[in-house]
Write a protein that binds this ligand. Sequence first.
Ligand SMILES: NC(=O)c1ccc[n+]([C@@H]2O[C@H](COP(=O)([O-])OP(=O)(O)OC[C@H]3O[C@@H](n4cnc5c(N)ncnc54)[C@H](O)[C@@H]3O)[C@@H](O)[C@H]2O)c1
Length: 304
Amino acid sequence: MLASDSLSSLKGKVAVLTGASRGIGKAIADALVKHGAYVVIGDILVAEGEQLVADYNANAGSKVAAFIRTDVTKYSDNQALFKLADAEFGGVDYALLNAGIGSNANSMFTEMDDELEERMIDINTTAVIKGTKVALLHMAKRGGGSIVHLASVAGFFSSPSLASYNASKHGVIGYTRSFQLMPRICNVRVNAICPYWVETDLISSVKQTGKEDDPYYNIIKNSPRTKVKTVVDGFLTLILDEARNTQTLMALPEGLEIMEPLVPLASFGNEKTAQLQEEYLKNAVQTAKAQLAAAMERYFLAKI
Ligand SMILES: NC(=O)c1ccc[n+]([C@@H]2O[C@H](COP(=O)([O-])OP(=O)(O)OC[C@H]3O[C@@H](n4cnc5c(N)ncnc54)[C@H](O)[C@@H]3O)[C@@H](O)[C@H]2O)c1
């Protein structure tokens, strides 16, 4: 249960959400707006997204939300989405990189179709990398922020019929856990929420493999569900608790639970690498700050 005084700190904050025209993203947008935050939504589902934002604004009696058609696989669309948040509400405090698909999850023996095969990784994994890179620059300009990746328990466990989906979400987990130094570089925290099955349209999209129904779908259909409220609580916990960074928080039917990373093996290092690691850490933050400054200059001062 989140304390109401910490929820009150959401008032006036600005959140960018991808894939929030419906499903989990929409539920998180609902909660943010309820607690007084501004939301900027990017999705390929235009009619649903525009209607949602119109409803938020009508209920609030003022502009609290904006929508822009966004295909998260495109850098240009990610940039337009975050720039809209700057233009409409003065900056970005939070980002939820949530857009994702489940179709063609089990592609082991389907047609060898380049475009179809790449779609899963492009949307579920590479787009999270693209969105994060854009978000970091906007948050660095703001003086800090918090990014949440919508991963999955499929980022840790691998059921047989979801091979490509599992690969896409394992990729997100590896990416999320790579941001150990980011709070010291630009005061941005990066975490992931990792739900078990939640009753949304995505579930029926994993039903078919090629043209046939996948036999594993019968198990999925009958599996327990995570309440969407648990996912929302997990997201709010990650953005509000400033102690959390690179955390992978599972949203399970029984509630929230942290999945700890594996501990590196003793054979991965020696005395020399331990010393080099110390030296690396001394310089890494300064080096990254310089790289960030150059990236910000390229991005914000770019002539169009
Ligand atoms: N539902 C579950 O059981 C479950 C479990 C674990 C993780 N997840 C993850 O949660 C996230 C949200 O899924 P959901 O369950 O709400 O499903 P959903 O299908 O209801 O929502 C997904 C949203 O992403 C959008 N989207 C898809 N491709 C896009 C693109 N290229 N650009 C922009 N938007 C795009 C869709 O239009 C849709 O609004 C996904 O990343 C999914 O993998 C879902």
